[in-house]
Design a protein around this ligand. Structure first.
Ligand code: HEM
Length: 272
């Protein structure tokens, strides 16, 4: 498509006079200064990849050639975690759950906390037969996770457990209030009904606060298993209704009326 006519061509410069040498150099400098002095995206990429390579080399040297990433391994890169993402979650009855204790070597080991079931097969020494915490396997022992009573509290029944967090002066006040309510109710006088209502509210509030502490402890253990490097969530266990069952007493260790003690300070769990 060339028609022989040059396009966008600048008009020819006038011939340079002897005094014009200096001014032409100056204009070249001006051009340089007018160039944008910003760092381009490619420069940035070069620097970042350089740093990455350096980090990998140092990590390789420092970890004796075992890791390029300073021993960091994201959960998602673990085969079992990946598998658990694509596996549909299970729904077990209590009876079905009881089969996963590790007694059958071909089956996984499950523990449950307040309805959520976790696969802990990676640690048979702890949860399998003969392990220090084997009593947690194949059941939901949420109550024992809070109370630490591993002989009597291996149940998901959390009712009444909040009592263990009413301790010291709060327990003394609570007992006194309970006694006062009983007396006032027995007397049955009209003018003390307001006082009874107020006392009941106070006791109820105390229990709500204690319940939050139970929940916090349950959440702690749920998170421990859910986000553990080697364990993973597998589903839910369906519990039978507790409606017709009496509310349990606190186990001896957490016995009601502990004056002054700091109840329920459970340890934060083993290492991951
Ligand atoms: C509410 C009370 C307690 C609960 C619910 C509890 C629960 C647990 C659980 C679930 C594990 C296994 C962690 C894992 O899977 O890695 C564990 C480990 C362990 N617990 Fe307890 N525990 C309690 C009290 C105690 C007490 C009082 C002691 C010490 C006297 C203790 C000592 C240990 C030890 C030494 C380990 C092993 C840690 C490891 O090897 O990683 N626990 N605990």
């Amino acid at each position: 498509m060339s028609d022989g006519v040059p396009r966008n061509r600048k008009p020819p410069l006038p011939p340079a006079s002897p005094g014009s040498k200096k001014s032409s150099k100056k204009s070249a400098d001006d051009d340089d200064e007018s160039l944008p002095r910003t760092i381009s995206f490619v420069d940035l990429l070069r620097v970042l990849s350089g740093l990455l390579v350096l980090s990998c080399v140092f990590s390789w040297l420092i970890t004796d050639g075992s890791s390029l990433t300073w021993n960091y391994r994201p959960r998602i890169s673990r085969w079992r975690t990946l598998k658990s993402i694509f596996q549909p979650s299970v729904l077990l009855t209590e009876h079905e759950l009881s089969a996963y204790t590790g007694a059958d070597a071909g089956q996984p080991i499950y523990v449950a906390v307040n309805g959520s079931v976790f696969d802990v097969s990676a640690n048979p020494g702890m949860y399998g037969p003969g392990g220090g915490y084997s009593f947690f396997a194949g059941r939901d022992a949420a109550r024992a996770f809070v109370s630490g009573c591993f002989d009597t509290d291996l149940t998901h029944d959390l009712r009444g457990l909040e009592e263990m967090y009413i301790t010291g002066t709060a327990r003394v006040e609570d007992d006194a209030e309970a006694a006062e309510i009983e007396t006032l109710v027995t007397e049955g006088r009209q003018e003390t009904q307001g006082r009874v209502r107020w006392l009941r509210k106070r006791r109820e509030k105390r229990r709500q606060e204690a319940l939050l502490k139970v929940k916090k402890q349950i959440d702690h253990w749920d998170n421990f298993f859910r986000f553990h490097d080697k364990y993973f969530y597998v589903g839910q266990v369906l519990h039978e209704s507790l409606e017709d069952m009496p509310v349990r007493e606190l186990c001896k260790k957490q016995g009601k009326g502990k004056r002054g003690g700091k109840a329920g300070k459970a340890p934060s769990g083993g290492s991951r």
